[in-house]
Design a protein around this ligand. Structure first.
Ligand code: GSH
Length: 217
């Protein structure tokens, strides 16, 4: 039975899960949730995620929310299929993957997400992007990327010389970031730039990226 993913193709959190599903060659159906109509803040969606945010996943009687947790579930459930995203054969490599998944969630995301919000979501709400918020978070993101540059000078990907869920978690927000005038933050760091070009050209992400157009349903 196909997994049911409730979300929107342009949403970076939905795209994160879809990229993982494509990497694992999993059969799934995207059930659109209309953010612009506020469907995520109403029943029946609130029964899937009481916090009223997309995406949510249903696998039979299992119902999950939080894009990173859903992706980790998918990577584990289909560990024998497609690309091994969690290094399930090596305790040490699996631990490195977990470290860099945490780094994405605790260091990278808090810096990049307010920038994406200001450039893409604020205009949809009739607001002018707040340059002070952008500048403050660019500074934070630059410091995180300095750490990435050093790490990626030693290993091809974040957790080691293998593509993993940790790299995948970065794709959707960075994809939108690269469409802003601030893309030089990535491009001026040669190892980060090479990593970005590599991970964003993977077929699983390319399938998702073509539908990532902010402001459209
Ligand atoms: N930590 C959650 C996850 O990773 O799933 C965040 C989910 C999230 O922020 N979803 C956005 C959303 O539903 C779309 S990418 N925004 C509408 C809202 O927060 O009201």
């Amino acid at each position: 039975m196909a997994l049911k993913l409730y979300g929107a193709a342009m949403s970076p959190c939905t795209s994160r899960v879809m990229t993982c599903l494509h990497e694992k060659e999993a059969d799934f159906e995207l059930i659109p949730i209309d953010l612009f109509a506020g469907e995520h803040k109403q029943l029946p969606f609130l029964a899937k995620n009481p916090f009223g945010q997309i995406p949510a996943l249903e696998d039979g009687d299992l119902s999950l929310f939080e894009s990173r947790a859903i992706s980790a579930y998918v990577a584990e459930k289909y560990k024998e299929a497609g690309h091994d995203l969690i290094r399930c054969q090596s305790l040490k490599e699996a631990a490195e993957v977990k470290v860099w998944m945490e780094v994405e969630s605790q260091q990278y995301h808090p810096a990049i997400s307010p920038i994406i919000f200001q450039f893409f979501a604020a205009p949809l709400q009739g607001k002018v992007p707040d340059q002070a918020i952008i500048d403050e978070n660019l500074e934070k993101l630059g410091k995180v990327l300095d750490v990435y540059e050093e790490k990626l000078s030693r290993t091809k990907y974040l957790a080691g010389d293998f593509y993993s869920l940790a790299d995948l978690f970065h794709l959707s927000f960075t994809y939108y970031f690269m469409k802003t005038p601030c893309a030089n933050l990535i491009n001026e760091r040669p190892h980060v730039k090479a990593w970005w070009e590599d991970i964003s050209s993977r077929p699983a992400f390319q399938k998702v990226a073509s539908a990532m157009t902010f402001g459209e349903k």
